[in-house]
Ligand binder design. Structure first.
Ligand SMILES: [Zn+2]
Length: 173
């Protein structure tokens, strides 16, 4: 899986914290046999209003950025309501905002960043907003370092949908 990472020139996110968080998120996804084979960090020069996640402006931004997913945007904050710290848009919930398919939006200050990124990547790869109440499961609606595991069924769905949507490349065994 190749992941594209975007942050904005002049915002608070630092490249090293982004890269470190992705590496740790990748460690969580490796339980499903998913490997991050490439990660590209892009610094975007854009007016300040685009440094926030706000659907109309974020759609406008995506029309100027080629970001075949999965793409993670590190933003200052969200201006959407409800305001989630981190949010993922899959295929099935992007019909009215097609530019945002396969993207993840992470607000500055999001807690347990690697877990939040891994959680949102699972939503995007499996094209599912489903949460789990299984103890220790990464897909609890509240992310926490205590919740890090993925079930066999979650892994199967993530891999089959991820491959079907061209987000994961199967490796010949
Ligand atoms: Zn979630």
């Amino acid at each position: 899986m190749h992941v594209k990472l975007f942050h904005f020139a002049g915002s608070r996110w630092r490249t090293d914290e982004i890269v470190d968080a992705l590496a740790r998120a990748a460690g969580l996804l490796s339980a499903c046999g998913v490997a991050v084979t490439g990660a590209q960090v892009n610094e975007v020069e854009a007016p300040r209003r685009f440094h926030f996640y706000f659907t109309p402006l974020s759609r406008e931004l995506l029309r100027t950025i080629a970001a075949p997913g999965p793409a993670v945007f590190f933003v200052e904050d969200t201006r959407n309501d409800p305001a989630f710290d981190a949010e993922a848009i899959g295929r099935s919930n992007s019909a009215n905002r097609p530019e945002l398919a396969d993207t993840i939006w992470v607000a500055y200050g999001t807690r347990d960043l690697p877990y939040a990124i891994a959680h949102e990547l699972v939503h995007v790869l499996s094209d599912s907003g489903e949460h789990s109440e299984e103890p220790g499961n990464l897909m609890h609606d509240e992310t926490s370092p205590q919740n890090s595991r993925l079930s066999h069924a979650q892994c199967e769905r993530l891999v089959s949908a991820g491959v079907a949507h061209g987000l994961l490349e199967p490796i010949a065994k």
